[in-house]
Design a protein around this ligand. Structure first.
Ligand SMILES: C[S@@+](CC[C@H](N)C(=O)[O-])C[C@H]1O[C@@H](n2cnc3c(N)ncnc32)[C@H](O)[C@@H]1O
Length: 184
């Protein structure tokens, strides 16, 4: 048996408990609006993709190392976001870039934080390349060495900035979500 959010997500057809984190952030900060174009990095199994389509996004592109079961209205690219061969398959610019990417945790805290920050930095590079001016960026990152530096770098590129710990995020987890609105 899963926890409250895992069970809820399954019965609501949302595939993953992480969908509730995005819904909570979306409700508070109007992240995804109808007709927005959305790029989701590290999208498997597709909870955030489903939330984006339900919010009325006009175009949703998801990327992951692992294949997902098809979702109507979503373009899926299987590949590694750190590789140019994957990024070269993305067409156009986006209103919203999301990244829930996480490394395979090893149990070694500082190694896991380092890998999480490296993935978050890559997500930020992708956002800078594919976001429209005024666009929005949401990225998951583990707190630890390098976290504040990352946060301060992201802050400089947006007119509004916030770090968020959603309720559906497990309390003991060190994950935080970094949100930038108004890309410049
Ligand atoms: C927590 S899951 C995402 C859950 C998703 N937001 C949802 O709601 O269904 C993180 C994903 O990041 C993916 N990932 C990690 N590193 C990646 C990389 N370099 N390129 C693409 N995907 C990556 C993993 O394969 C994993 O599926």
């Amino acid at each position: 048996m899963g926890d409250k959010y895992t069970d809820k997500a399954k019965s609501a057809g949302l595939r993953a408990r992480s969908a509730y984190k995005l819904m909570a952030i979306n409700q508070k900060y109007s992240l995804i609006k109808p007709n927005d174009t959305v790029l989701d990095l590290g999208c498997w199994p597709g909870g955030w993709l489903i939330v984006a389509t339900r919010k009325g996004a006009s175009k949703v592109v998801g990327i992951d190392l692992k294949a997902i079961d098809r979702i109507q209205g979503v373009t899926f690219i299987q590949g590694d976001v750190t590789k140019e061969e994957t990024l070269s398959k993305i067409n156009g610019k986006f209103d919203v870039v999301l990244s829930d990417m996480a490394p395979q945790t090893s149990g070694n805290h500082s190694r896991d934080v380092g890998r999480s920050i490296a993935l978050a930095e890559i997500a930020f590079e992708v956002a800078k390349r594919f976001l429209k001016p005024g666009g929005k960026f949401l990225v998951k990152v583990f707190q630890g060495a390098g976290y504040m530096e990352f946060v301060n770098n992201v802050r400089k590129s947006f007119s509004f900035f916030k770090t968020i710990k959603p309720e559906a995020s497990k309390l003991k987890s060190r994950e935080m979500y970094v949100l930038g609105i108004g890309f410049r």
